[in-house]
Design a protein around this ligand. Sequence first.
Ligand SMILES: Nc1ncnc2c1ncn2[C@@H]1O[C@H](COP(=O)(O)OP(=O)(O)O)[C@@H](O)[C@H]1O
Ligand SMILES: [Mg+2]
Length: 222
Amino acid sequence: MIEFHDVRLSFGPQTIFEHANLMIGEGEFVYVIGETGIGKSTFLRLLYMDILPSYGRVRIGGYDSTAVSRGDIPFLRRTIGIVFQDFRLLDDRSVFENIAFALHVTNAKQKMINPKVTRVLSEVGLSAKADAMPGDLSGGEKQRVAIARALVNDPVILLADEATGNLDPNASREILAIFDRINKRGTAIIMATHDYSLISQRPGRVIKIQEKSFFDVVMQEQ
Ligand SMILES: Nc1ncnc2c1ncn2[C@@H]1O[C@H](COP(=O)(O)OP(=O)(O)O)[C@@H](O)[C@H]1O
Ligand SMILES: [Mg+2]
């Protein structure tokens, strides 16, 4: 479903990826680790084709970086949900409206908006907060709204860039539990984090970025 083939990505003189190869299958749960500045966010940007490789090929779903046109990219993005460290909610809109906004952007049918928003709010355990404003929520709740918004168009893949980076350990574990549930229903999860201690005890594939490429981390037996 996701394939990097001999990818190079440079920003000016700085090369982030070189001869980078990777395969991720449908429905996998993958953590991407590596020190700050190594290229985790850049990797995710390559996946949603915010940037294209300088050389080589990135394939995601039916899309291929060597053949994709600018007009294809919005359609690729509809199959991907994205969550960031800083939530990126609209502070002057309610929780409900923040999530509905993602449906308006994809021209969803008006009568589908209520049931879809209600469903994803329930999935993240925030049914009671539909009318709240983001400013009245805790960090963990804000991130759950962001996850609900990312899920509302039924993505095949959920990308999370340091999604627990602003949260305390309890709120972080809640977010990981939500990701587990989403993954069990078949959505692939790719979560970038610099916090190895958060995920070291968890099941799931761990990919480390180093030497400008990707390496599977083999977990120690407990
Ligand atoms: N748009 C950009 N232009 C130039 N350099 C960039 C850009 N985005 C990221 N970089 C550089 O690429 C490197 C990797 O960044 P990033 O992917 O954000 O790392 P990480 O997410 O692992 O902390 C860093 O050195 C960063 O400064
Ligand atoms: Mg980053």
